[in-house]
Write a protein that binds this ligand. Structure first.
Ligand SMILES: [Fe+2]
Length: 284
Protein backbone atom coordinates (compact mmCIF):
# COMPACT_ATOMS: atom_id res chain seq x y z
CA UNK A 1 0.00 0.00 0.00
CA UNK A 2 1.43 3.37 -1.02
CA UNK A 3 0.86 5.76 1.88
CA UNK A 4 0.21 9.26 0.55
CA UNK A 5 0.50 11.92 3.25
CA UNK A 6 -0.43 15.12 1.46
CA UNK A 7 -0.61 16.72 -1.96
CA UNK A 8 2.68 18.52 -2.52
CA UNK A 9 2.80 20.52 -5.75
CA UNK A 10 1.58 20.87 -9.31
CA UNK A 11 3.93 21.31 -12.29
CA UNK A 12 2.55 22.90 -15.44
CA UNK A 13 4.38 23.33 -18.73
CA UNK A 14 3.82 26.66 -20.48
CA UNK A 15 5.04 28.47 -23.57
CA UNK A 16 4.79 31.84 -21.82
CA UNK A 17 6.38 31.99 -18.39
CA UNK A 18 5.86 35.75 -18.05
CA UNK A 19 2.11 35.48 -18.63
CA UNK A 20 1.90 32.49 -16.32
CA UNK A 21 3.62 34.45 -13.55
CA UNK A 22 1.42 37.49 -14.17
CA UNK A 23 -1.70 35.38 -13.77
CA UNK A 24 -0.38 33.54 -10.71
CA UNK A 25 0.60 36.71 -8.88
CA UNK A 26 -1.96 39.33 -10.00
CA UNK A 27 -5.06 37.17 -10.32
CA UNK A 28 -4.55 34.01 -8.28
CA UNK A 29 -2.56 35.63 -5.47
CA UNK A 30 0.52 33.42 -5.17
CA UNK A 31 4.01 34.57 -4.21
CA UNK A 32 7.05 34.08 -6.42
CA UNK A 33 9.43 31.85 -4.48
CA UNK A 34 12.11 31.98 -7.14
CA UNK A 35 12.32 32.71 -10.81
CA UNK A 36 14.79 31.01 -13.13
CA UNK A 37 15.35 31.13 -16.87
CA UNK A 38 13.13 28.12 -17.50
CA UNK A 39 10.87 27.90 -14.47
CA UNK A 40 9.04 29.95 -11.87
CA UNK A 41 8.25 28.47 -8.46
CA UNK A 42 5.23 29.88 -6.67
CA UNK A 43 4.26 29.70 -3.01
CA UNK A 44 0.86 29.51 -1.34
CA UNK A 45 1.80 28.47 2.19
CA UNK A 46 4.80 27.56 4.35
CA UNK A 47 6.28 25.33 1.68
CA UNK A 48 9.08 26.49 -0.65
CA UNK A 49 6.69 26.01 -3.57
CA UNK A 50 3.35 24.43 -4.38
CA UNK A 51 3.07 25.36 -8.07
CA UNK A 52 5.77 25.39 -10.73
CA UNK A 53 5.35 26.79 -14.22
CA UNK A 54 8.18 25.66 -16.47
CA UNK A 55 9.04 26.24 -20.12
CA UNK A 56 7.38 23.33 -21.85
CA UNK A 57 4.24 21.84 -23.32
CA UNK A 58 1.02 22.98 -21.55
CA UNK A 59 -0.27 19.43 -21.96
CA UNK A 60 2.44 18.34 -19.49
CA UNK A 61 0.68 18.48 -16.13
CA UNK A 62 1.98 16.71 -13.05
CA UNK A 63 0.62 16.38 -9.51
CA UNK A 64 2.94 15.36 -6.68
CA UNK A 65 2.09 13.66 -3.42
CA UNK A 66 4.30 13.39 -0.36
CA UNK A 67 5.24 10.03 1.12
CA UNK A 68 7.08 10.09 4.38
CA UNK A 69 10.46 8.45 3.83
CA UNK A 70 12.80 7.06 1.22
CA UNK A 71 12.09 3.35 1.91
CA UNK A 72 8.42 4.16 1.18
CA UNK A 73 9.50 5.49 -2.19
CA UNK A 74 11.45 2.33 -3.01
CA UNK A 75 8.50 0.17 -1.97
CA UNK A 76 6.12 2.35 -4.00
CA UNK A 77 8.33 1.99 -7.07
CA UNK A 78 8.36 -1.81 -6.67
CA UNK A 79 4.57 -1.91 -6.23
CA UNK A 80 3.97 0.26 -9.31
CA UNK A 81 6.41 -1.66 -11.49
CA UNK A 82 4.82 -4.95 -10.47
CA UNK A 83 1.50 -3.51 -11.71
CA UNK A 84 3.07 -2.60 -15.05
CA UNK A 85 3.61 1.14 -14.53
CA UNK A 86 6.85 2.55 -15.89
CA UNK A 87 8.59 4.30 -12.99
CA UNK A 88 11.11 7.09 -13.41
CA UNK A 89 13.50 7.71 -10.53
CA UNK A 90 14.27 11.40 -10.19
CA UNK A 91 17.85 12.45 -10.87
CA UNK A 92 19.60 14.83 -8.44
CA UNK A 93 19.07 17.71 -10.89
CA UNK A 94 15.36 16.88 -11.19
CA UNK A 95 15.09 16.70 -7.39
CA UNK A 96 16.64 20.18 -7.16
CA UNK A 97 14.10 21.51 -9.67
CA UNK A 98 11.31 20.14 -7.49
CA UNK A 99 12.88 21.16 -4.16
CA UNK A 100 12.58 17.61 -2.80
CA UNK A 101 15.06 15.07 -1.42
CA UNK A 102 13.86 12.28 -3.72
CA UNK A 103 10.98 11.46 -6.05
CA UNK A 104 9.64 8.93 -8.51
CA UNK A 105 7.36 9.67 -11.46
CA UNK A 106 4.75 7.48 -13.14
CA UNK A 107 1.38 7.67 -14.91
CA UNK A 108 -1.87 6.76 -13.17
CA UNK A 109 -4.23 4.39 -15.05
CA UNK A 110 -5.78 7.33 -16.95
CA UNK A 111 -2.33 8.60 -17.97
CA UNK A 112 -2.06 11.47 -15.49
CA UNK A 113 1.50 12.43 -14.57
CA UNK A 114 2.02 11.68 -10.88
CA UNK A 115 5.11 12.16 -8.73
CA UNK A 116 5.70 10.75 -5.26
CA UNK A 117 8.12 12.87 -3.28
CA UNK A 118 10.10 12.67 -0.07
CA UNK A 119 11.16 15.76 1.84
CA UNK A 120 9.53 18.66 -0.02
CA UNK A 121 11.32 21.80 1.14
CA UNK A 122 9.74 24.20 3.59
CA UNK A 123 10.63 27.86 3.51
CA UNK A 124 11.86 29.71 6.55
CA UNK A 125 10.13 32.76 5.17
CA UNK A 126 6.46 33.50 5.77
CA UNK A 127 4.20 33.24 2.72
CA UNK A 128 3.45 36.81 1.75
CA UNK A 129 0.82 37.14 -0.92
CA UNK A 130 1.32 39.29 -3.95
CA UNK A 131 -2.37 40.15 -3.73
CA UNK A 132 -4.61 39.68 -0.74
CA UNK A 133 -6.69 36.71 -1.90
CA UNK A 134 -6.71 35.25 1.62
CA UNK A 135 -4.96 32.06 0.49
CA UNK A 136 -4.12 29.61 3.27
CA UNK A 137 -2.50 26.97 1.09
CA UNK A 138 -2.60 24.49 -1.75
CA UNK A 139 -5.12 21.83 -0.78
CA UNK A 140 -6.40 19.48 -3.47
CA UNK A 141 -6.63 18.60 -7.14
CA UNK A 142 -9.25 17.31 -9.52
CA UNK A 143 -7.88 14.72 -11.94
CA UNK A 144 -9.48 13.77 -15.22
CA UNK A 145 -10.28 10.08 -15.42
CA UNK A 146 -11.06 7.95 -18.45
CA UNK A 147 -12.63 5.34 -16.13
CA UNK A 148 -13.55 6.66 -12.66
CA UNK A 149 -14.38 3.23 -11.17
CA UNK A 150 -11.00 1.80 -12.31
CA UNK A 151 -9.13 4.86 -11.06
CA UNK A 152 -10.93 4.78 -7.71
CA UNK A 153 -9.61 1.24 -7.28
CA UNK A 154 -6.07 2.43 -8.09
CA UNK A 155 -6.14 5.28 -5.60
CA UNK A 156 -7.88 3.28 -2.84
CA UNK A 157 -6.31 -0.18 -3.28
CA UNK A 158 -2.79 0.54 -4.57
CA UNK A 159 -2.62 3.80 -2.57
CA UNK A 160 -4.20 4.67 0.77
CA UNK A 161 -6.97 7.00 -0.46
CA UNK A 162 -10.42 6.53 1.07
CA UNK A 163 -13.69 7.54 -0.57
CA UNK A 164 -15.42 10.32 1.36
CA UNK A 165 -18.38 10.73 -1.00
CA UNK A 166 -19.41 9.84 -4.54
CA UNK A 167 -21.29 11.85 -7.14
CA UNK A 168 -22.57 9.24 -9.56
CA UNK A 169 -19.51 7.03 -10.20
CA UNK A 170 -17.12 9.85 -9.37
CA UNK A 171 -15.21 9.59 -6.10
CA UNK A 172 -14.04 12.36 -3.81
CA UNK A 173 -11.13 10.80 -1.92
CA UNK A 174 -9.14 11.73 1.15
CA UNK A 175 -5.62 10.79 2.17
CA UNK A 176 -5.81 12.49 5.56
CA UNK A 177 -8.66 14.00 7.59
CA UNK A 178 -9.55 16.61 4.93
CA UNK A 179 -12.70 15.57 3.06
CA UNK A 180 -10.91 15.22 -0.26
CA UNK A 181 -7.44 15.67 -1.68
CA UNK A 182 -8.16 13.90 -4.98
CA UNK A 183 -11.40 14.34 -6.92
CA UNK A 184 -11.95 12.44 -10.16
CA UNK A 185 -13.70 13.99 -13.15
CA UNK A 186 -14.79 11.83 -16.12
CA UNK A 187 -13.14 12.78 -19.43
CA UNK A 188 -11.87 11.28 -22.66
CA UNK A 189 -8.22 11.88 -21.73
CA UNK A 190 -5.92 12.72 -18.81
CA UNK A 191 -5.14 16.09 -17.31
CA UNK A 192 -5.69 18.24 -14.26
CA UNK A 193 -9.35 19.19 -13.86
CA UNK A 194 -8.69 21.88 -11.26
CA UNK A 195 -6.20 23.11 -8.68
CA UNK A 196 -7.63 24.14 -5.31
CA UNK A 197 -6.33 26.67 -2.82
CA UNK A 198 -8.04 27.15 0.51
CA UNK A 199 -8.83 30.71 1.54
CA UNK A 200 -9.46 32.12 4.98
CA UNK A 201 -13.13 33.13 4.87
CA UNK A 202 -16.35 33.35 2.91
CA UNK A 203 -15.51 37.01 2.42
CA UNK A 204 -12.37 36.01 0.53
CA UNK A 205 -14.39 33.85 -1.89
CA UNK A 206 -16.80 36.70 -2.62
CA UNK A 207 -14.07 39.36 -2.73
CA UNK A 208 -12.26 37.29 -5.35
CA UNK A 209 -15.47 36.80 -7.33
CA UNK A 210 -15.68 40.57 -7.80
CA UNK A 211 -11.91 41.10 -8.17
CA UNK A 212 -11.49 38.40 -10.83
CA UNK A 213 -14.65 39.48 -12.65
CA UNK A 214 -13.26 43.03 -12.81
CA UNK A 215 -9.98 41.65 -14.18
CA UNK A 216 -11.82 39.81 -16.95
CA UNK A 217 -10.95 36.36 -15.55
CA UNK A 218 -13.64 33.88 -16.70
CA UNK A 219 -15.70 32.68 -13.72
CA UNK A 220 -16.71 29.07 -14.35
CA UNK A 221 -18.67 28.02 -11.29
CA UNK A 222 -19.85 29.81 -8.17
CA UNK A 223 -19.85 31.42 -5.77
CA UNK A 224 -21.48 28.28 -4.46
CA UNK A 225 -21.40 25.59 -1.80
CA UNK A 226 -20.63 21.91 -2.27
CA UNK A 227 -23.11 19.63 -0.46
CA UNK A 228 -20.40 16.96 -0.25
CA UNK A 229 -17.54 18.73 1.54
CA UNK A 230 -19.58 21.72 2.75
CA UNK A 231 -17.00 24.08 1.21
CA UNK A 232 -17.96 27.47 -0.21
CA UNK A 233 -16.23 27.75 -3.58
CA UNK A 234 -15.35 29.72 -6.68
CA UNK A 235 -13.88 28.21 -9.88
CA UNK A 236 -12.23 30.31 -12.57
CA UNK A 237 -10.10 29.83 -15.68
CA UNK A 238 -6.44 30.74 -15.48
CA UNK A 239 -3.31 30.74 -17.66
CA UNK A 240 -3.30 28.15 -20.48
CA UNK A 241 -6.91 27.32 -19.62
CA UNK A 242 -6.15 25.65 -16.29
CA UNK A 243 -9.04 25.82 -13.83
CA UNK A 244 -8.34 27.08 -10.31
CA UNK A 245 -10.62 26.98 -7.29
CA UNK A 246 -10.74 28.90 -4.05
CA UNK A 247 -12.66 27.27 -1.24
CA UNK A 248 -13.22 27.58 2.49
CA UNK A 249 -14.89 25.46 5.15
CA UNK A 250 -14.15 21.99 3.81
CA UNK A 251 -15.28 19.27 6.22
CA UNK A 252 -12.88 16.96 7.97
CA UNK A 253 -13.70 13.29 8.48
CA UNK A 254 -13.43 13.00 12.25
CA UNK A 255 -14.19 9.30 12.65
CA UNK A 256 -12.13 7.41 10.10
CA UNK A 257 -13.49 4.00 11.14
CA UNK A 258 -17.20 4.74 10.99
CA UNK A 259 -17.36 7.08 7.99
CA UNK A 260 -19.42 5.69 5.13
CA UNK A 261 -19.31 7.43 1.74
CA UNK A 262 -22.53 9.19 0.87
CA UNK A 263 -23.96 8.72 -2.60
CA UNK A 264 -25.09 11.77 -4.56
CA UNK A 265 -26.75 11.68 -7.95
CA UNK A 266 -24.86 13.04 -10.95
CA UNK A 267 -26.88 16.26 -11.14
CA UNK A 268 -26.30 20.00 -10.55
CA UNK A 269 -27.71 20.05 -7.01
CA UNK A 270 -25.04 17.53 -5.99
CA UNK A 271 -22.25 20.00 -6.74
CA UNK A 272 -23.90 23.24 -5.55
CA UNK A 273 -26.55 23.44 -2.85
CA UNK A 274 -27.16 27.14 -3.59
CA UNK A 275 -28.10 26.60 -7.25
CA UNK A 276 -24.95 27.79 -9.05
CA UNK A 277 -24.48 26.19 -12.46
CA UNK A 278 -21.08 25.11 -13.75
CA UNK A 279 -19.88 26.24 -17.17
CA UNK A 280 -16.69 24.17 -16.89
CA UNK A 281 -15.70 22.36 -20.03
CA UNK A 282 -12.39 20.65 -20.75
CA UNK A 283 -10.29 23.25 -22.55
CA UNK A 284 -7.66 20.93 -24.02
FE1 LIG B 1 -12.27 21.27 -5.72
Amino acid sequence: MIELKDVSYVRLGTQDLDQAEAFATRALGLQVGDRGKNATHLRSDERAHTLCYYQGNPQEQVVAFEVDKSPSLDAAAATLEALGHHVHVGTPAECDERKVRAFIGFKDPSGNGIELVVGPARSGKRYFASRDAGIRGFSHVGLYSTDPMRDEKFWTEVCNARVSDRIGDVALMRINAIHHTIALAPAAGPGIHHVNHQVQSNDDVLRSFYHLSDQGVPILFGPGRHPTSGARFLYFRGHDGMVFEYSVGVDEIEDEESHRPRQFNYEPSSVCMWGARSVMVKSQ
